[in-house]
Design a protein around this ligand. Structure first.
Ligand SMILES: Cc1cc2nc3c(=O)[nH]c(=O)nc-3n(C[C@H](O)[C@H](O)[C@H](O)COP(=O)(O)OP(=O)(O)OC[C@H]3O[C@@H](n4cnc5c(N)ncnc54)[C@H](O)[C@@H]3O)c2cc1C
Length: 415
């Protein structure tokens, strides 16, 4: 089949690779000058298989309301006259009940575990250099009660998922860079099975692998609309002309909904801005292990000789501008946790827009429109979920059932 993949973020590239590997004639259209230059460029880099969790939780509505106007709050909503933002926000908050969180977490975990197995197979099959590390992730808790509750709850996890419960001396023994920390953490949970890697480098390496399998990538090509006839989607119109295809896979990140609207499909994907700052790591004072500051909702990840802090969630439409107060607060947090880990003056600031659905789960598979498929809406988890989503959607497009239960991950839930 001739298949057009729209978007060369980590999600589109991964799907394109699997489609090419299945023997299809694959063409990828991307408006930027290379792969992985939007949300996939400088994300937190954490690949959370067994411990994946949506941003939803029963305490989120209170957290959002309490921190509405604080510059350094982990969650922030900017005032807007557009009702879309508030409607999306209301749907998100409605998903914060304990029952919904449990169901959505189970759906995401299924996909995440499948995704990590797919990544492992890919790493064995292809020469991919992306600063991968399998040392695990250490979740650090500032609040004693929260740490105790999280550690007690973790006791009930099965052996694969159960983290190691560590007091601060044990955390510092595991990650010596924490010895000088100025934050009085209560303790940490070490998830030894989790991994990290650079999603941008991965996207570039996997795009090259897809090209070796025969896929073509066209950069600097903006898709303007989907071409449609009575029988379904027939191709796309881009600023380079018309391209026909037997099937079209849409992976345009937070721009996915725009292209679907003229076809009568309303996909609730909204951009949620995040910040990342990357700097050269300074030797012994920099961590070798990925860390999470649970209360500040920040991830700190080493990538070879670079160190990155990433986090924050801001509802601000498609505006990618960084609030300098927020950026400064982030670096202060980093230097408080890991003094001398690098020169904050050399940090490169980046913002990216997470393509979020209100239930924090992606939309994968067929649509009610013939020949049109989706692999999008991965929100805060797209790097983790890319390989599993790409493999599943390639199976579906090829006419095989996906090798995992797709409940909670398809477009049906929004129709
Ligand atoms: C600060 C931050 C930290 C994060 N940390 C993590 C993490 O630790 N772990 C994790 O799993 N996930 C993380 N994420 C989420 C992850 O980065 C995203 O879910 C993922 O990058 C989404 O990939 P995508 O391919 O769907 O979107 P994108 O990477 O945005 O790709 C979409 C592509 O479509 C292209 N495009 C858009 N419109 C058009 C058009 N009209 N024509 C042609 N091309 C078009 C864009 O240029 C872009 O390249 C983080 C995100 C952020 C912002």
């Amino acid at each position: 089949m001739k298949i057009l993949v729209l978007g060369a973020g980590v999600v589109g590239v991964t799907a394109a690779y699997y489609l090419a590997r299945a023997g299809h004639e694959v063409t990828v259209l991307e408006r930027r000058e290379g792969p992985g230059l939007e949300a996939s460029y400088a994300n937190g880099g954490q690949l959370l298989g067994e411990t994946i969790h949506p941003w939803l939780a029963p305490d989120i509505p209170g957290l959002v309301l309490r921190n509405f106007a604080r510059a350094d709050a982990p969650y922030r909503v900017r005032f807007s006259a557009y009702p879309e933002r508030w409607l999306w926000g209301a749907r998100f908050l409605r998903n914060c009940t304990a029952a919904r969180v449990a169901r959505i977490t189970a759906d995401l975990r299924r996909l995440a575990v499948y995704s990590m197995a797919a990544l492992e197979e890919l790493r064995a099959a292809e020469p991919l250099e992306f600063d991968h590390s399998g040392r695990g992730v250490l979740r650090l808790y500032r609040d004693r009660d929260q740490f105790r509750r999280a550690a007690d709850a973790a006791e009930d996890e099965d052996a694969v998922r159960r983290p190691e419960r560590l007091d601060m001396p044990a955390c510092a023994a595991l990650e010596p860079a924490l010895e000088n920390s100025r934050v009085n953490f209560a303790g940490g949970l070490h998830y030894h099975q989790e991994q990290t890697g650079d999603a941008h480098k991965f996207s570039a390496a996997l795009a090259a692998a897809a090209e070796r399998l025969g896929a073509s990538f066209y950069y600097g090509c903006t898709v303007e609309r989907l071409m449609h006839s009575g029988g379904g989607v027939t191709g796309v119109k881009s600023d380079q002309g018309v391209e026909n295809a037997d099937a079209v896979l849409l992976s345009l990140g937070c721009h996915s909904a725009q292209l679907l609207r003229p076809l009568g499909l309303r996909l609730p994907i909204y951009p949620v801005k995040g910040y990342a700052q990357t700097m050269p790591a300074s030797g012994a004072n920099a961590p070798k292990l990925a860390l999470q500051d649970v209360e500040c909702k920040m991830g700190i990840t080493p990538f070879g000789n670079r160190l990155r802090i990433a986090g924050t969630a801001e509802l601000d439409g498609f505006n990618k501008r960084a609030d300098p107060r927020r950026a400064a607060a982030m670096l202060d947090t980093l230097m408080e946790i890991l003094p001398n880990c690098g020169d904050p003056g050399s940090a490169e600031l980046w913002t990216g827009l997470r393509p979020m659905t209100p239930d924090c789960a992606p939309v994968i598979g067929a649509t009610p429109i013939a020949n049109l498929y989706l692999d999008t809406g991965h929100g805060s988890l797209g790097w983790t979920l890319a390989c599993g989503s790409g493999r599943a959607v390639a199976d579906i497009i090829s006419g095989h059932p996906a090798a995992l239960d797709m409940r909670g991950l398809t477009i049906d839930r929004f129709l």
